[in-house]
Design a protein around this ligand. Structure first.
Ligand code: UGA
Length: 435
């Protein structure tokens, strides 16, 4: 099937590459010419395991192409809209300007019978007005949210936990579902659960899932505060809670909390939408989840200050991790870099390293000293902070050899990802959140 993908950022680039790998002819469109240049040359513009190979294969088979010219979408039966919906400057609400622009740009090039499929994350209630604009052109609009995680984007797209398709209860809406099912035939044949619903439920399915995941993490961080005040251990607590299958162990890891381009902004956008809908108690609840999350970062800074005897002024701190999570070079709203920034503002001499995010971290935080090699970061350090749970730090650092390389004797585990007793047994002072 000939398909178009409008918006080739994180979501769109992966979606385009995966759809081509399923045998479709895909044209990806974006207004960012440097992004398109890189994708058109078969190169991934960001770090994502598996993407490079799919881009190369798509390039070689001729099924995958990229352009900045929106007219190239003509002839596609489905147009996937994958543009970003970041947080608006100065408010909690989502910024829908790229979405509206994409629809405006697309409209002159659609034909009756085409299907437009929204994949972007939007406030509930957004799709129905777009559906009206398109239906007068004989084009139906469906909403099909994505649930992919950065670092696992290709696998999550090829083998999703579920596919949610929202459509209006009209003949055109039902025909749209049939077309989209045809495009996803190979995924559906692998027994991926399919949830068919209306536009509003589909829009909400995405933000509700992200807000719930965020809530679990903030719940764990709230318990970490209680654990710190009482001598309980939040990691064992999460194990104990996680055995209850109704709760589950995933997303119960306390530490410096969640960041990235999705959970924080989606949680806030849902709070903003709740406020618009006059659901003020719901808004407060969601903003509390956000507040606990942001507090987790400042609590870590407090731990560092305590460990260094009350002030970090002039003290040399090595930070392992810059990405918002492992297997990603994304530093948007990265808890690790925010902690680094705070410590520097308080006068510490901070050096940061990361296996994949050095370049992005330098671009966004030119004020920080960011080095490629762990050895260079460890040089002269008085204290070491692990702030992103990369396996290179959690599994591959040897307490004994790190001790030989640096004068530091204190390690602070901002992700509860190290095996604490190994460090303590090797003579380290080990500190963490909620333990
Ligand atoms: C998130 C969702 O998990 C995806 O399902 C969703 O599709 C995506 O947002 C999106 O909206 O596009 P992602 O932002 O890639 O995916 O990252 P997660 O793996 O969910 O991690 C988010 C943050 O939570 C990271 O900073 C991570 O370190 C932190 N985290 C995660 C914790 O602090 N504790 C945990 O137990 C789990």
């Amino acid at each position: 099937m000939r398909l178009s993908v409008i918006g080739c950022g994180y979501l769109g680039a992966v979606h385009a590459a995966v759809m081509a790998s399923l045998g479709h002819e895909v044209i990806g469109v974006d207004i960012d010419s440097s992004q398109i240049e890189s994708l058109a040359g078969g190169r991934a513009p960001f770090y994502e395991p598996g993407l490079k190979v799919l881009l190369e294969e798509g390039h070689a088979s001729g099924l995958l192409s990229f352009t900045t010219d929106i007219a190239a979408v003509e002839g596609a039966r489905i147009h996937f809209v994958c543009v970003g919906t970041p947080q608006q400057d100065g408010t909690n609400a989502a910024d829908l300007r790229y979405l509206h622009r994409a629809i405006d740009d697309l409209i002159p090039h659609v034909n009756p019978g085409d299907v437009v499929v929204g994949r972007s994350t939007v406030p509930v209630g957004t799709a129905s007005s777009l559906a009206e604009r398109l239906s007068v052109l004989g084009v139906s609009l469906l909403w099909n949210p994505e649930f992919l995680r950065e670092g696992h984007a290709v696998d999550d797209t090829l083998a999703p936990d579920r596919i949610v398709i929202g459509a209006p209860a009209t003949t055109a809406g039902q025909a749209g579902i049939r077309t989209l099912r045809e495009a996803y035939e190979r995924l559906l044949a692998a027994d991926v659960p399919l949830v068919l619903t209306g536009l509003e439920t589909a829009e909400l399915a995405k933000v509700a899932a992200n807000a719930f995941l965020a809530t679990k993490i903030s719940f764990a961080n709230a318990m970490a505060e209680i654990a710190d005040a009482t001598g309980a251990d939040v990691v064992t607590l999460a194990d104990a809670m996680g055995h209850d299958i109704r709760i589950g162990r995933k997303n119960l890891n306390a530490g410096i909390g969640f960041g990235g381009g999705c959970l924080p902004k989606d949680l806030r956008a849902l709070a903003a939408r709740a406020s618009e809908l006059k659901a003020t108690v719901v808004e407060r609840f969601l903003l509390n989840v956000d507040e606990i999350n942001l507090r987790a970062r400042t609590r870590l800074v407090d731990i560092v200050v305590d460990e260094l005897g009350g002030s970090v002024q002039g003290r040399r701190i090595c930070i392992l991790g810059a990405a918002f999570k492992p297997q990603s070079d994304d530093v948007r709203d990265s808890p690790a870099l925010e902690v680094a920034h705070h410590l520097r503002r308080r006068g510490a001499v901070v050096v940061v390293t990361d296996p994949a995010a050095v370049e992005n971290a330098r671009r966004h935080h030119p004020e920080l000293r960011i080095v490629e090699e762990v050895d260079d970061a460890l040089d002269d350090a008085e204290v070491i902070l692990v702030l992103t749970d990369w396996p290179q730090f959690s599994q591959e650092l040897s307490p004994k050899s790190v001790m030989e390389r640096t004068p530091a004797r204190t390690i602070i585990d901002g992700r509860n990802c190290l095996t604490a007793h190994e460090w303590i047994d090797a003579g380290w002072r080990y500190a963490a959140v909620g333990r």
